[in-house]
Design a protein around this ligand. Structure first.
Ligand code: GDG
Length: 462
């Protein structure tokens, strides 16, 4: 087997359990199994560039190679082009895009820096797998340095329709850079279809039924590779008794109360304000539900230096305060809003102890929380997943209660349906959903992508 070299903006801390973020979780699960090299930014920012060789550290089966960035790189490449241009743009939020030409300069400069660092660790037989929107130009940079290994790319976030991409300056350069990879992976068929529209409308190329695109003399394979989780590991974690969660759960059981849970990075794509409003609407529409249910929302801090994130945090704090002010009683707090990071083991136990998993992003590449919630349920008395139709996961998880995250009444009605669903129906849905997350788990994701990258297999081949 060839050595796998994974590249992403950040490398996950493989020794920590409180890692928040889908890419870190999904990749760590997959890479631990196969072993290999993982290269990325070490999270440090320096005043000046000192062109260091990557720092090498071995953790179990994985060798990590990390580099620092300068303060300017961080401002222009990370906060700038990656998170103030591409992130909102790819999540269909043109209103939040803040484009500056220095951001693009920084983006190109850091991709060149990644290519330099990577060249120093690459061996001729390696296979390279690049992750996410921060590193779209990396294949082109590597090719310029004479790298002729196979290079794959996986986009963890959505790929929007051409009319949206076309709003960003140099969009043609961006998509042409993407097409320098040998394999391009997306989470859903919708994303894959959007690339097809772009190459046909703007580049005059065709994408074949099996995802092959011919550009000049080269052939690129595009495909849909839905990311998954390590199901058994999560089941095991959820089944382990967790004392603190158990005490809370017993108290709720005695009072006959149910819990709805939401867990997200505090990101404007996750639909958090309307989620809280939907919960308040539930209490309004069904007054008999008051004092019988509470919403626990864990919102993990993320990208706090970007203005849009400061705004969403303020909005959520005000909303949860207002809902509690309006509905709370001396012995019942309707919303528990936690702005912080919870250890993974506690998360799994909380999912298991919650009767509803409430996952309502306005747009999401996949959403691993939805899959983790399913994995954590017991078959004897499973909870119900209420899932946004705009999460990539909704393409697969069809037995969840699918909702429109822009429609507060629709979400409130479905919350009520979930809270009152008969046991038999809950079991049927749970069994079907469990089958689905097992079919497309972390291992399947890695292996199907590798089949395309190493052997040129396509997704739709007969
Ligand atoms: C991107 C795409 C795609 C969250 N809070 C805590 C915590 N988490 C963990 C969750 C889950 C992960 O972080 C979040 O993953 P998601 O998939 O839900 O979302 P993004 O971070 O936006 O991930 C997404 C993903 O990449 C993978 O391709 O699915 O669409 O946007 O695992 O459990 N973990 C811990 N404490 C927390 O407080 N330990």
């Amino acid at each position: 087997m060839k050595r796998l070299v994974v590249v992403s903006n950040r490398v996950a801390d493989l020794s920590r359990s409180a890692q928040a973020g889908g890419l870190a979780v999904g990749l760590a699960d997959s890479l631990r199994q196969r072993g290999g090299v993982w290269m990325g930014w070490d999270g440090q920012t320096l005043k000046y560039d000192d062109q260091p060789e990557p720092r090498i550290r071995k953790i179990g089966t994985v060798t990590q190679a990390t580099i620092p960035l300068t303060e300017q790189d961080y401002a222009e490449y990370y906060l700038g082009f990656s998170n103030s241009v591409l992130w909102p743009l790819f999540h269909y939020r043109l209103d939040l895009v803040e484009y500056k030409s220095v951001f693009l300069d920084g983006y190109r400069r850091v991709n060149a820096k990644f290519a330099d660092a990577l060249t120093s660790v690459l061996q001729p037989d390696d296979i390279i797998w690049v992750h996410d929107y921060h590193l779209i130009p990396l294949a082109a940079e590597l090719r310029q340095r004479g790298c002729n290994q196979r290079i794959g790319f996986f986009l963890h976030i959505p790929f929007p329709p051409p009319e949206i991409i076309a709003a960003v300056p140099r969009h043609r350069w961006l998509v042409e850079s993407l097409l320098e990879f040998d394999v391009i992976g997306f989470q859903t068929n919708t994303d894959l279809g959007n690339l097809q529209h772009y190459v046909e409308d703007h580049l005059g190329c065709r994408m074949e039924q099996d995802g092959r695109i011919r550009i000049g003399k080269r052939e690129v394979i595009a495909g849909c590779f839905p990311i998954g989780i390590d199901v058994d590991a999560f089941v095991e974690m959820a089944e382990k008794p967790n004392e603190e969660v158990a005490i809370e759960t017993q108290r709720r059981d005695i009072l006959g109360r149910k819990q709805i849970i939401g867990v997200d990075r505090l990101d404007y794509t996750k639909g958090l304000p309307d989620r809280l409003r939907a919960f308040a609407r539930l209490l309004e529409l069904y007054p008999e539900m008051r004092k019988t249910v509470a919403l626990m929302q864990i919102a993990t801090p993320t990208r706090e230096e970007v203005e849009a994130y400061v705004e969403i945090r303020k909005e959520l704090e005000a909303l949860s305060g207002a809902i509690n002010g309006r509905f709370a009683d001396f012995n019942w707090t309707p919303v528990r809003y936690i702005h912080g990071t919870v250890p993974r083991e506690a998360l799994a136990a909380l999912f298991r102890a919650s009767q509803v998993g409430f996952v309502t992003p306005l747009r999401d590449g996949m959403n691993l929380v939805a899959k983790e919630y399913i994995a954590a349920q017991s078959m004897e008395d499973p909870g119900v997943l209420v899932l946004s139709k705009f999460a990539g996961a909704a393409e697969e998880l069809r037995e969840a209660l699918i909702v429109n995250p822009y429609d507060v009444d629709d979400m409130a009605r479905n919350l009520c349906r979930a809270l009152t669903m008969p046991l038999e129906e809950r079991r049927e849905r749970q069994a079907a959903l469990m089958k689905r997350i097992r079919k497309h788990d972390a291992r399947h994701w890695l292996e199907s992508f590798m089949a395309a990258l190493e052997r040129g297999e396509t997704q739709h081949a007969a």
